[in-house]
Design a protein around this ligand. Structure first.
Ligand code: SF4
Ligand code: SF4
Ligand code: SF4
Length: 770
């Protein structure tokens, strides 16, 4: 896969962006995670989330001016979450007084902190817990001297004490009543590896001549790293912000200065990976309109929340996520994460040379329907990702052969002698039009192909040729771009040999395949042709049997003209219809991308979710969609069922299954040649008559074993091939390996018919028995 393109795809998915609340917090308190715990009554876990970002949690929960609340998107559907009161509730009901723990850094340093205000103590706690030797110098006789002056009303002494207890109990050296002047600074530099200057409003050392200063005589500080002009000296807090600096900005400076000091002591880059440091605007997309409005809950114990009320208020958090694509796609939902992760995983899967490619099945389970891109605010298309990954798997020889073999064999059948055909309209030598019904309509309802072709011949001037075959979509979906291109080139050559007539396709997948060709032929959908040229005479009498919900195939998502024509044709037929969700934003029928051959569980989830959207009968204009709904028990008709009105209840038509699909194609060709062109039809090899019970037939279908595969085994065994006899039942057990797959069948010849009891297949080669 192309690494640059993969990174570009990854960057477009915003799901891992922080929610607005966390992004707007200078130290990125993960309010979303904290509120999720709170809403469930997990106060201790909620507190731990908060305390991870805030080293002085009791104090800051009282003093923070909560910029997160101004950014909270709940404001668009009610009121913003009262995050600051909920943080206080975390502290009140979840606080754990675990002593400060220390790590073992690879290089331990000695750090002097000048000033025991919020910024200085934040840096001190962070550096201490990272394992450094920390000494705090404070000119006053107490830690946090200025906070003590705020008064009980604003900041109770017990709140301050709750945070300071851990500091006092630690092994930090606390040197109170020690003023650090310029002469002392030189001494500190001899004794310490780094200094953080955060004197707050306390006495400031005269730094002139020692550091580069601004016009207010404050050190010039790099706003990202807090480095000064001296490599071992960092500065922040009120020294940087002045008296306007909010407490949370002091926390911010202390935290990120500590990060720089630690990196400097480890010899690491001060500037790497600091893109989202401090408050920023999140790019996370959130559709707030899907949430009903909910006003904020008032505090119920004075100006604070009790535990129960805090839980309720926290539960108002949406929480903020994008996940627009995951919401609409059962495949994305099935794997439990989101595209940014999937893209990374798929790229890693593609990049490994040795070892297991664990994501192959996931790559091959996408329907390639493009709905994700249609609903994504940044048009991230998992279809593009998975298609490129499949092509790469094929190129590297890593595509599991079993994934697409059946579909590719089916495609080869449609392009082979049994089905492929090219003829001018009977009695003509030229074709102004060329009708390409596609392999699936021919497989599902061959009578409709005969009928609609007759109508086109009768309606259109200049001759309507007929081309039977497959557009090659299965090859593209299987990552076989070589096969896809060769197949289309073959079809293009046939089209060109007829003097480039205007192509008419009955299937939107074929329409897209032809349109995607370089120098595409003039091609149009059958439905726009019928709207313009008129419906067959019988159509007017086709009775409306239901108010149909229209299912647009995913391959017609961009084809608004086709979608509109279908609706107008239904109006003309007098058939009541309504939309199934937003037009063009429907889920796949489950057949796209060949996912059903790789992951039937996911494919069935997809079709079932679509089928459950509306209790009405569905109207499809893709044969495969119609049959897939029928396979899962959803009543569905094809537009041609209504146009020709053949059956009393067309929604009862069963899915023909894969064996009958091939039979239908072959029979269609035979009948066309015989009846329209009066040509001899290809003779088929003698075919043993099979008798297959319904449950055995369903089992064979589930295992992708065609009746023709069964016939080959029986023919081979009855013509002298190896066979075993089960002594108990007398049944014959025989196998045959036409290509890469070995088929086994258990059967018996009874009254001249071959009764099939069981079938299975595998990819192992069975050697000769000694
Ligand atoms: S819709 Fe999906 S792919 Fe697009 S940004 Fe959202 S989560 Fe990411
Ligand atoms: S709704 Fe929740 S996650 Fe979203 S911004 Fe508000 S607090 Fe944060
Ligand atoms: S199945 Fe469709 S909506 Fe889901 S990821 Fe694949 S292309 Fe996107």
């Amino acid at each position: 896969m192309d690494g640059t393109r993969v990174r570009e795809w990854e960057a477009r998915c915003v799901e891992e962006q922080a929610p607005a609340c966390a992004a707007s917090c200078p130290v990125h308190v993960d309010a979303r995670a904290m509120l999720a715990h709170l809403a469930q009554g997990r106060f201790r876990q909620a507190y731990e989330v908060y305390a991870r970002a805030i080293p002085l949690p009791s104090i800051i929960s009282h003093l923070c001016h909560h910029p997160c609340e101004s950014a909270c998107l709940r404001a668009q559907a009610g009121d913003p979450l009262r995050i600051h009161l909920l943080e206080r509730a975390c502290v009140a009901f979840g606080r754990t007084d675990i002593p400060l723990r220390t790590q073992r850094p690879s290089k331990r340093g000695r750090v002097a902190i000048v000033g025991a205000g919020i910024s200085g103590l934040t840096a001190a706690i962070d550096l201490y817990t990272k394992g450094h030797d920390v000494t705090v110098f404070e000119a006053a006789a107490a830690l946090l001297p200025r906070l003590c002056l705020l008064g009980e009303q604003t900041l109770p002494a017990a709140v301050i004490e709750a945070d300071l207890a851990r500091v006092r109990e630690s092994r930090m050296a606390l040197r109170l009543s020690e003023t650090v002047d310029l002469a002392r600074l030189d001494g500190l530099l001899a004794d310490f590896d780094a200094i953080y200057l955060a004197p707050g409003n306390g006495p400031r050392p005269d730094l002139a001549g020692w550091l580069d200063l601004d016009d207010k005589q404050r050190p010039i500080v790099d706003p990202l790293t807090f480095a000064t002009s001296h490599p071992a000296v960092f500065a922040g807090g009120r020294l940087r912000h002045g008296d306007d600096g909010a407490p949370i900005l002091s926390v911010h400076d202390g935290r990120y200065a500590a990060l720089s000091i630690d990196r400097a002591l480890q010899g690491a880059s001060l500037t790497a990976n600091r893109d989202n440091q401090g408050a920023y605007a999140s790019r996370l997309y959130v559709d707030t309109s899907r949430h009903p409005a909910a006003p904020a809950l008032p505090p119920d114990i004075g100006d604070a929340y009790g535990a129960e009320q805090a839980q309720k208020e926290a539960a108002r958090c949406f929480p903020c996520h994008c996940l627009e694509c995951v919401r609409v796609c059962p495949y994305l939902e099935h794997y439990g994460s989101h595209p940014k992760r999937y893209i990374r995983e798929i790229y890693n899967n593609d990049s490994i040379v040795m070892g297991q490619h664990k994501s192959n099945r996931m790559v091959d389970s996408c329907m390639l329907c493009g709905l994700c891109a249609a609903v994504c605010p940044n048009q991230v298309s998992m279809a593009d990702v998975c298609l490129e990954a499949r092509q790469s798997m094929v190129d590297k020889g890593k595509m599991p052969p079993s994934h697409h073999e059946f579909a590719l064999r089916d495609m080869a059948f449609s392009q082979g002698e049994a089905f492929a055909l090219l003829r001018h309209q009977p009695g003509r030598r030229q074709s102004r039009y060329l009708f390409f019904p596609g392999c699936q309509l021919s497989a599902s309802a061959p009578q409709h192909v005969l009928q609609i072709y007759a109508h086109l011949c009768a309606t259109l001037e200049g001759g309507v040729g007929l081309m039977l075959g497959c557009c090659g979509a299965p090859a593209r979906w299987a990552g076989r771009e070589d096969l896809f291109a060769a197949n289309l080139e073959n079809l293009r050559a046939q089209w060109a040999s007829f003097d480039q007539p205007r192509l008419i396709t009955a299937c939107s997948t074929c329409l897209r395949a032809f349109k995607d060709l370089d120098a595409a032929p003039a091609v149009e959908s059958l439905w726009t042709v019928l709207e313009r040229e008129g419906l067959p005479p019988r159509a007017a009498s086709a009775p409306p049997v239901s108010d149909y919900a229209i299912h647009d195939p995913c391959t017609a998502r961009q084809e608004t003209a086709v979608q509109d024509s279908v609706r107008r044709l239904l109006d003309r037929l007098g058939v009541a219809h309504h939309e199934l969700g937003a037009p063009g934003l429907g889920t796949c029928c489950g057949f796209g991308g060949l996912a059903s051959f790789v992951n039937p569980e996911v494919a069935d989830k997809v079709v079932d979710r679509r089928a459950d959207e509306d209790p009405a009968d569905y109207l499809a204009y893709c044969a495969m969609c119609r049959d897939n709904f029928a396979r899962r028990g959803k009543r569905a008709v094809h537009l041609l069922d209504l146009i020709f009105g053949a059956a009393a209840d067309p929604a009862e038509r069963a899915d023909p299954g894969f064996s009958r699909r091939q039979e239908n194609r072959a029979r269609l060709k035979t009948e066309l040649l015989r009846d329209l062109w009066q040509e001899a039809t290809p003779t088929r090899a003698a075919r043993p008559d099979l008798s297959i019970a319904d449950d055995v037939r369903a089992d064979l279908e589930r295992k992708w074993i065609l009746e023709e595969d069964v016939r080959q085994v029986v023919r081979h065994a009855e013509n002298g091939g190896a066979r075993l006899i089960d002594p108990d039942s007398g049944h014959v057990i025989a196998s045959y390996r036409p290509a890469a797959i070995t088929y086994w069948v258990e059967y018996a010849i009874e009254d001249g018919r071959c009764v099939v009891y069981r079938g299975y297949s595998h990819r192992m080669e069975v050697g000769d028995t000694p």
